[in-house]
Design a protein around this ligand. Structure first.
Ligand SMILES: [Mg+2]
Length: 110
C-alpha cells in the first residue's frame, strides 16, 4: 500500500468511527499528533524501547495520514520532494547546533 493510500484508508476509518461527525480544527488535530509522540516519549522514559514505541509511532503516522487526507495534502509527493531537497543539503544542513545542557544546581567539583 502506498503512502497516499494509507492516508485515504486512515481517514476512511476515522470517519467510519465517528471522529469526523463534527467539524475539527487543524490545530486540534496537530495537537493529537503531538499527543501520540508524547505517549511514545513517556513510554520510553518509563519502560525503554518496547513494542509500545512501535505502536505509538504507528498512531502518530495514522493521525498524520488522517489529517493529510482531510486537507488533500499529497503526502507522498511532499515526502519525496523534501527528501530530495534534504539529500542535496550540506552536512547537518549547514547549521551549527549548540549543545544546550543544563547542569544541576548544587555542589560542583571545584
Ligand atoms: Mg497512542
Amino acid at each position: 500500500m502506498r503512502i497516499n493510500e494509507l492516508c485515504t484508508e486512515a481517514h476512511s476509518i476515522a470517519r467510519s468511527k465517528g471522529f469526523w461527525s463534527e467539524p475539527r480544527t487543524i490545530l486540534g488535530l496537530l495537537m493529537l499528533i503531538n499527543t501520540e509522540v508524547s505517549e511514545a516519549a513517556e513510554g520510553v522514559r518509563k519502560k525503554g524501547v518496547t513494542e509500545n514505541l512501535s505502536e505509538e509511532m504507528a498512531d502518530t503516522c495514522i493521525r498524520i495520514f488522517d489529517l493529510c487526507e482531510a486537507l488533500s495534502i499529497d503526502l507522498e509527493a511532499e515526502i519525496k520532494m523534501k527528501m530530495l531537497y534534504n539529500k542535496q543539503r550540506p552536512l547537518r544542513h549547514g547549521k551549527h547546533y549548540e549543545e544546550l545542557r543544563i547542569e544541576p544546581k548544587g555542589e560542583t567539583d571545584e
